[in-house]
Design a protein around this ligand. Sequence first.
Ligand SMILES: NC(=O)c1ccc[n+]([C@@H]2O[C@H](COP(=O)([O-])OP(=O)(O)OC[C@H]3O[C@@H](n4cnc5c(N)ncnc54)[C@H](O)[C@@H]3O)[C@@H](O)[C@H]2O)c1
Length: 342
Amino acid sequence: MRSLVGYAGMKILIAGAGSIGQRHARNLRTIGAGTLAVFEPDAAKRTTISQELSCDSYNNFDEALRSMKPDVVFVCSPTKFHVAQALAAAKAGAHLFIEKPLNHTMDGVDALSKEIEKNHLICMVGCNMRFHHGPRTVKKLLVQGEIGPVKNADITVVFNFTGRADFEGKLEKYSKSYNADPSQGGATRECVHEIDLALWYSGPATLKSATKEMAGRIGLPAIEGASNLMLQHENGVVSNVHLSIMEPVYRRGCTIQGEKGSIEWSFGGDVIVRDTSGAITASYPQPQSYEVNQMYIDEILYFFDCMKKNVTPQGNLDDATRALAVALETIERAEERATVIA
Ligand SMILES: NC(=O)c1ccc[n+]([C@@H]2O[C@H](COP(=O)([O-])OP(=O)(O)OC[C@H]3O[C@@H](n4cnc5c(N)ncnc54)[C@H](O)[C@@H]3O)[C@@H](O)[C@H]2O)c1
């Protein structure tokens, strides 16, 4: 496994040691990143993770920034804290890895962008699906022009309440999480990875139409449980993106249609290329030993590489702002069932 040779001296603060914060903390430790510390308001979680990783812990974010003076902050708190905490960290001169979605609203995004520019910081927003074997291969094939000019893309993710393994589809746990809070949760924000993939594959787009279904049938009528977006990209491609947290079986993947054929991927499976007759012309199997955690390791190795080379990463603040803008427009303007946005 690649390690972060040369980063042993870096001070890394994880803000929010829940599901994803703990994952990043363990991965950072595994790949040999420098000194770790966590800021976590929940005392029990704070103690458990700091003991496991033998690292410092804080129950106050400003105090953590002042006392530790981190080189890098991983913002892994509930969504509504992302931009405010990233801004405080940027003012303290720390590079930023912010979990997706960038934020619950656009508030503070401009100020964050200015602070990042002023302090010459590297900022990446968690876009781990770009580092997964499937989407990474799809993107590579598109760049190579394997299927010619693209006409349309269907991109889907369907969760059983949430992709989080620790929820195990348990509605009670989900209903107490930030995702069940309409000011920061719902299927569209939660599933923003697929909006990001649509924009990554086919470039900037406007939202042409959107529908949504509130999550009343799983007892959460205040949040949208599913949304369908139609994006018109500047290059002429049309993407249909389906996001849901309400279905019994996890499903994730895409089909992209081009003038010379199509590319298909479904989670865990091969990436397949077909010609216009439907015959399979190439297949890119997921490595047998592939572990989902590898994409999270690959994204942080890439992030550290961008810091080392002082280059703007893919999945940067602008990319994440565009994906968030589409998500927020969907939440705000789509009405239940088939509503067309002019
Ligand atoms: N990229 C991914 O695959 C992925 C996966 C899961 C979650 N996420 C994102 O990460 C964020 C956290 O999700 P999670 O699943 O880890 O949630 P979680 O509920 O498991 O963890 C959040 C943690 O933040 C703590 N917290 C509460 N208030 C805080 C504050 N003000 N500052 C810092 N920490 C605070 C909570 O005590 C909890 O431990 C969300 O925005 C989510 O969208 C991304």
